[in-house]
Design a protein around this ligand. Structure first.
Ligand code: DOR
Ligand code: ZN
Length: 347
């Protein structure tokens, strides 16, 4: 069975930099026309100049004609309204990413209390520049499984009450609560959903032993939440769209006494969603989720090309090489039911 869709976009992606980027980015560029490139490098991408220089490096590493990176800025306590104005005027910058300080990988320079940046957020609202949010509270007293739902009630709701027109993408949602919040919010609020949060529940982190490659942030949640995410992703609601949050870390940094958070999924960035939509009997809605809803939210044209998927299983390698190091992909050593169809019949 084959399925041809408008070429999809990845609305949330980490590609790192340098040699690491050269190893991972071709996977994305082979599948997606565009990707929103996260700014959590070290040091983070905080200026338009830094974003434009990163963009040049991304284009060079993509190794594919026609791949378009959509850049983001990293919000810090010292981000100025002037920077927001420059970002809004720059056609290559699509939004500003807010990491609550300490919430996740390379988030220490983020913003703890968004009220401290209200003038910047108001400028974003006026200029219609979206705020892309890692939605977790960072209070160590709050149980890690509750941090996203707490964020929605304690932080996101009040923020949208103060700045109601702000365009918000609640990134990588993991709970029924977030799904409901986004459904009920105005058309200025949308969400991305990752393949791992559609395919796995939190038990997968402990299946027969500790599974560091299933650890990401926000952390996987209960089966009840996973099912709800599948429901909204496959519902046809344009508020929900594809964002892999593919977040590569070297094997040695994942398989460690204090392993890094992040699941690498770019090697199967569309195939994994095809499996989910197929299992839900909703293949006819994959194109909306993967190729149409995100572009509509961001006010961009649809891609003109197409991508053909085929239901023909392939085995995910145990590891990919990054120089002398290894990277363990999502679903390593297992079979994925869908592949990208090419004229040679390879994926
Ligand atoms: O698991 C994650 N990894 N979550 C994030 O928010 C960041 C990401 C990364 O950059 O590794
Ligand atoms: Zn991310």
């Amino acid at each position: 069975m084959k399925l041809t869709i408008t070429q999809p976009d990845d609305w949330h992606l980490h590609v790192r930099d340098g040699e690491f980027m050269s190893a991972v980015l071709p996977f994305t560029a082979a599948r997606f026309a565009r990707a929103v490139i996260m700014p959590n490098l070290q040091p983070p991408v905080t200026s338009v100049a830094a974003a434009l220089s990163y963009r040049e490096r991304v284009i060079a590493a993509a190794d594919a004609a026609g791949f378009t990176p959509l850049m983001t800025l990293y919000l810090t306590p010292s981000t100025s309204v002037e920077t927001i104005e420059q970002a809004a005027a720059c056609p290559h910058i699509i939004g500003v990413k807010w990491y609550p300080a300490g919430a996740t990988t390379h988030s220490d320079q983020g913003v703890s209390d968004i009220s401290d940046c209200l003038h910047v957020v108001e400028a974003m609202s006026e200029l219609s520049l979206p705020l892309l949010i890692h939605g977790e509270v960072t209070d160590p007293e709050v149980d890690i499984f509750d941090r996203e739902s707490r964020f929605v009630t304690s932080t996101l709701e009040p923020l949208l009450q103060r700045v109601p027109e702000l365009r918000v993408v609640l990134e990588h949602i993991t709970t029924a609560d977030s799904a409901q919040f986004v459904q009920d919010a105005g058309p200025n609020v949308a969400a991305t959903i990752t393949p791992q949060h559609l395919q796995l529940n939190r038990t997968a982190m402990f299946q027969g032993g500790l599974r560091p490659h299933h650890y990401c942030l926000p952390v996987l949640k209960r089966e009840y939440h996973r099912r709800r995410l599948v429901e909204v992703a496959t519902s046809g609601d344009p508020k929900f769209f594809l964002g892999t949050d593919s977040a590569p870390h070297l094997r040695k940094d994942k398989e460690s006494a204090c392993g890094c958070a992040g699941v690498f999924s770019a090697h199967a960035g569309i195939e994994l969603y095809a499996e989910v939509f197929d299992n839900a009997g909703a293949l006819d809605r994959l194109e909306g989720f993967a190729s149409l809803h995100g572009a509509a939210f961001y006010g961009l044209d649809r891609n003109s090309g197409t991508l053909t998927l085929e239901r023909r299983a392939w085995q995910v390698p145990d590891v990919y090489r990054v120089g002398a190091d290894e990277l363990v992909p999502f679903r390593a050593g297992t079979k994925i039911a869908w592949r990208v169809h090419t004229s040679e019949g390879e994926h």
